[in-house]
Ligand binder design. Structure first.
Ligand code: SAM
Length: 216
C-alpha cells in the first residue's frame, strides 16, 4: 500500500473542502489529512478515494462520505481518554479516524465478510481497535458503559440499549429517520435518567440492521 505525494496532495484538497463545508475540529481535519483513504479502495477506483462521496465497499455497504465522517466525529467531541463504541465497522476508515484521537475504540460489524476484511486491514496497518461481529443495534453491553457511541448506519429510532450503555456525561451520535433520509441526532446522558437531544443536518445512510434497527 503506497501513499504518494499525489495522494497527499489530494487529501489536502479534501481537507480544504471540509473546512469550507464547516468542519472546525482541527483533530478531525488532521486525521483526514493524514489517513490514506485510498487504502480502502480497489486499485481500479483510486481516483474516487479523495472525492467527498460515499463509495461501495461490497455486500451492499459503503465507506461513508468524508464530510459525514468528519461531521459525526466532530459531534462526538472526543477526548484522548474516551472509551468509544462504533456501530458499523464497514471498511474501518471511520475507526481509524477515531483511533487518531483515542486508543480505546470498540467497533462492531454485522456483516461477516466486512468484519473479516476490516480485521485484515487493521492487522496490516497495525491498528488495534477491539473488533466484534454481531448486532450493534443492541450495543456491546459486555464492555459498557462508554463515553461516546457512534452509529454509522441509519436507525428507525434511538435504540434504548444504546442509551443505557452511555456513561453519565456520555454522548451518542446517531442518524435517525426513514430509509431515505435521516437527521443526525446527538444525545447527552445528563444523569442516570435524564437525556438531552439535539438535531442537526439531514444525511442518507445505509440502514442499521438488527433487532433495534430495520428488520430487513
Ligand atoms: N464506518 C464505516 C466506514 O468507515 O467504512 C461505514 C459504515 S457503513 C455506512 C454502515 C455499516 O454498518 C455497514 O458496514 C453495515 O454492515 C453495518 N451495520 C448495519 N447494521 C448493523 C448492526 N446492527 N450492527 C453492526 N453493524 C451494522
Amino acid at each position: 500500500m503506497e501513499d504518494s505525494y499525489k495522494h497527499k496532495g489530494m487529501r489536502k484538497g479534501l481537507v480544504k473542502l471540509l473546512r469550507e463545508k464547516g468542519i472546525r475540529d482541527e483533530r478531525v481535519l488532521k486525521a483526514i489529512g493524514e489517513i490514506p483513504r485510498h487504502f480502502f479502495f480497489d486499485k481500479a477506483f483510486l481516483e474516487h478515494a479523495y472525492q467527498d462521496k460515499a463509495f461501495p465497499i461490497g455486500e451492499g455497504q459503503t465507506i461513508s462520505q468524508p464530510y459525514t465522517v468528519a461531521y459525526q466525529t466532530e459531534l462526538l467531541d472526543l477526548k484522548p481518554t474516551d472509551k468509544v463504541l462504533e456501530i458499523g465497522t464497514g471498511s474501518g476508515y471511520q475507526c481509524w479516524v477515531l483511533l487518531t484521537i483515542t486508543s480505546h475504540v470498540f467497533t462492531i460489524e454485522y456483516n461477516k465478510v466486512l468484519f473479516n476484511r476490516a480485521n485484515q486491514m487493521f492487522k496490516a496497518l497495525n491498528l488495534k481497535p477491539q473488533t466484534f461481529l454481531g448486532d450493534g443495534s443492541l450495543g456491546l453491553p459486555a464492555f459498557a458503559p462508554y463515553d461516546k457511541i457512534l452509529v454509522t448506519a441509519g436507525a428507525p429510532v434511538v435504540p434504548k440499549s444504546l442509551l443505557e450503555q452511555l456513561k453519565i456525561g456520555g454522548i451518542l451520535v446517531i442518524p435517525v429517520g426513514d430509509e431515505n433520509l435521516q437527521k443526525m441526532v446527538r444525545i447527552v446522558r445528563e444523569t442516570e435518567t435524564e437525556f438531552t437531544r439535539e438535531e442537526f443536518n439531514n444525511f442518507k445512510f445505509v440502514p442499521l440492521l438488527g433487532k433495534s434497527g430495520w428488520n430487513l
